[in-house]
Design a protein around this ligand. Structure first.
Ligand code: NIG
Ligand code: FE
Length: 415
């Protein structure tokens, strides 16, 4: 099966020539080819060049798609989402518009625990149906790979229901999905006075079960005042490492507890949020391979400070952008929107934002050897946007410019 994309107005390859991510000035190098062609074979990228080169070097008998009105980018990799949940929290959104903060709403029984109630009450089938529709919508906006976390169950049964649902979706949906166990998202009400018992349950029952059945690839903790302390986060992540899970951490979202230094010390694959990251933590992160995942939509939605992306990039730290799509702190999964906010509010350049949403996103979930750039040998996840050039995609925001989504070499049709 061959597919030839010809006359692509601009091909944004984000090529990294074997490097797992881009950091520093390299984040601005998108490897753009004007008037390009790409040959896809059996779901993989086989050849890339200019349209002129193609006819001279290859004589393929491929289905041909004229892309003269399109700009092609690698499918976006959204490396941090909570896309599996039941219920919704528009009332909290309204309260915030009247000045209540996320933490005040959580303290009054809203927040994560609100979604926990609805998610516990839903069947696995119902959760999958809700998430599947959300995944369709993400794909229609150009996302072809996502990470999804558990964390709205907070009991053995409900957490396992969540990671099973995510793993089943990974087999059934076109989207490439990585699963993260986030049993440490909040302290369940039943364990409020027995914190250590809940962590024992997490480490000694849920984690071995999940790791053995390979229901998750990563383990994450919400390290934050009112959620999990630094010591508790360490205990959970060290245990996760023993089970062979990759490590992630929600760190410095509202307060700075030292989670970022912990993530650096433990060799986490990513450390996420960083709205209140300290200069000391940035120094600890610099030089490690941990990806800093910033979530522009959360600051926008909660009216919180933005993570200092400029400082992180200038310190040589690889930065990724993700949506954090969830019912509480960011009810949007549009990666182009996240990129626009990153440019207008965080002083990232359009080039850096694109690298952060593709190659570096793939690196934050351990998939950049296969996804995140358009390079020979990688999977053919390519999105064709109906825009005159790649900058226009971020500049003209709030509208969906994705015209065709190519996933593993297949042009998807959405009903
Ligand atoms: O990443 N920070 C913790 N978890 C989510 C919020 C989840 C929720 O409010 O339901 C986040 O922002
Ligand atoms: Fe999150």
């Amino acid at each position: 099966m061959q597919l030839l994309l010809t006359n692509i107005r601009q091909l944004v390859t984000v090529r990294s020539s074997g490097k797992p991510f881009k950091a520093g000035k390299a984040m601005r190098d998108l490897g753009v080819i004007e008037n390009a062609s790409v040959l896809v074979e059996d779901g993989f990228i086989r050849w890339i060049g200019t349209a002129g080169d193609f006819s001279n070097t290859l004589n393929a008998d491929a289905d041909t798609l004229d892309c003269s009105t399109y700009v092609a980018l690698p499918g976006f990799v959204d490396s941090h989402t909570h896309a599996l949940f039941a219920g919704s929290r528009e009332l909290e959104f309204a309260w915030r518009s009247e000045g209540k903060t996320y933490q005040e709403i959580a303290a009054q029984g809203g927040g994560i625990l609100n979604s926990v109630q609805a998610t516990r009450a839903a069947t696995k089938k119902e959760l999958k149906k809700l998430a599947s529709r959300r995944l369709d919508s993400m794909m229609m906006h150009g996302t072809t790979t996502v990470e999804i976390k558990s964390g709205y169950g907070l009991s053995e049964d409900a957490e396992i229901k969540m990671v099973e649902a995510i793993s089943e979706l990974a087999n059934e949906h076109f989207m490439t999905i990585r699963s993260t166990f986030l049993g440490a998202h909040a302290m369940p009400p039943e364990f409020r006075t027995q914190r250590s018992e809940y962590i024992t349950l997490l480490c000694e029952r849920m984690m071995p079960h999940i790791a053995k059945r390979k229901l998750a690839q990563f383990c994450d903790v919400f390290c934050e005042e009112g959620y999990f302390t630094l010591d508790e986060s360490r205990r959970i992540l060290e245990e996760a490492r023993k089970h062979g899970l990759g490590l992630k951490l929600h760190s410095d979202e509202f307060t700075s507890l030292g989670g970022t230094q912990l993530a650096a010390e433990l060799g986490a694959i990513s450390v996420d949020h960083l709205e209140h990251v300290s200069d000391e933590a940035i120094r600890a992160l610099a030089g490690t391979k941990t990806i800093a995942v910033v979530l522009p939509g959360v600051s926008f939605f909660l009216r919180n400070p933005y993570a200092p992306a400029r400082k992180l990039i200038d310190a040589g730290i690889p930065v990724s952008i993700a949506s954090d799509f969830n019912p509480g702190s960011c009810m949007s999964s549009s990666m182009p929107l996240m990129m626009t906010i990153a440019c207008t509010q965080m002083s990232m350049t359009p080039e850096e934002a694109i690298t952060a949403s593709t190659l570096n996103g793939a690196a934050a979930i351990g998939l950049s050897d296969q996804y995140g750039s358009i390079e020979v040998g990688k999977r053919a996840d390519i999105v064709l946007f109906d825009v005159p050039n790649y900058r226009y995609l971020l500049y003209h925001f709030g509208t969906n410019h994705a015209a065709k989504i190519i996933k593993h070499g297949t042009i998807l049709e959405f009903s």
